[in-house]
Write a protein that binds this ligand. Structure first.
Ligand code: SF4
Length: 320
């Protein structure tokens, strides 16, 4: 598919048609299973100032926290105990969380649990990525956010899309599976931007891609911007599945926030095959607010969404 065809899929094809194609490709390539990734949000400190994000450094209303390494390991052990095969350690770009501490956390988790360790700790010196890979991390989530370089620069003061893509390339060169992603409904974005987003995921060879609707956060410059559309988000997921058949696609928490009842099950019916329940300790969760009214997706919600979509939770290829 070229850019014009993707634009056509985003704006003109009947959604039911897209859903049916995407569902057929998902079933043929990924099967009926829904994979779980358990998220532990271990620090909400961030040196960046992204215009859409509640964790931006300019937001003084956030109560900042940084979990101690032993607390992070304990949360990861809970993920493994729940039978979830991947633990995602997520934070803002917290450059003061020592890379060596994170490496020791990875080593300890790998020693104690049979899980894949996924990092989502933003842009750090490449030497940190090297260290964490050596420590045993297997995947890294770092979304490209938007494929429009000018929009990227406007939304991420002081940063560029090419820096982001360089980080993705470096991570891939180290043997990480790389998860990309982007936001649907950003100010200044149109169908052509979204078509470029989808094609960029194919071009970079990402192993995973999350695409969820923009949700405003009250303490950010984009507080008054309307949320992204659920229908456009579902179109994006379907087209991602058609254009990148092998990629793992999460039913995002942002979609669950926009549509608490059906958002994630609809995503599973439009090409998605992953859900990422939170294992962040409850007393920390409240302060990890990238956007407002963030849905709390736990293991039970994940099971319900899978079942509403007529699917099964599976762990590392084994049905539970
Ligand atoms: S989007 Fe990520 S890098 Fe940007 S402010 Fe939020 S946590 Fe920091």
């Amino acid at each position: 598919m070229d850019r014009a065809q993707v634009r056509h899929g985003l704006t003109a094809l009947p959604l039911a048609e897209l859903r049916s194609w995407a569902n057929a490709v998902r079933a043929a390539v990924k099967g009926e299973g829904v994979f779980l990734r358990g998220i532990v949000e271990f620090s909400n400190h961030c040196v960046r100032n992204c215009l859409y994000c509640g964790l931006r450094s300019g937001n003084r209303a956030v109560r900042r926290y940084r979990m101690e390494p032993r607390e992070v390991v304990a949360a990861a052990v809970e993920v493994a105990r729940a039978g979830v095969g991947s633990v995602v350690l997520q934070s803002g770009d917290d450059l003061d969380y020592p890379a060596g501490d994170i490496a020791r956390i990875i080593v300890e988790i790998k020693a104690r649990c049979e899980v894949a360790v996924v990092l989502s700790a933003g842009e750090r010196p490449f030497s940190d990525y090297d260290l964490w890979r050596e420590a045993g991390a297997q995947r890294y989530l770092i979304k490209h956010e938007t494929a429009d370089p000018e929009l990227y620069a406007r939304l991420h003061p002081g940063r560029t899309l090419s820096q982001r893509l360089a980080a993705q390339r470096h991570l891939k060169s180290l043997g990480y599976e790389v998860g990309s992603g982007f936001i649907v409904g950003l100010p200044g974005q149109d169908a052509d931007t979204l078509a470029r987003d989808i094609l960029l995921v194919r071009e970079t060879g990402a192993d995973m891609c999350g695409a969820g609707p923009f949700i405003p956060q009250a303490d950010t410059p984009l507080a008054g911007h309307p949320p992204g559309s659920e229908e456009t988000s579902l179109r994006v997921l379907s087209l991602l599945r058609l254009i990148c058949p092998e990629v793992n696609i999460p039913a995002t928490t942002a979609l669950a926030t926009l549509d608490p009842e059906n958002g994630q099950s609809l995503a599973l019916l439009h090409g998605a095959n992953v859900i990422m329940p939170s294992f962040t300790p409850p007393e920390r969760r409240e302060n990890y607010r990238i956007y407002d009214h963030k849905a709390q997706v736990d293991l039970e919600n994940a099971r319900e969404a899978a079942s509403r979509a007529g699917r099964r939770i599976i762990r590392d290829g084994r049905v539970r």
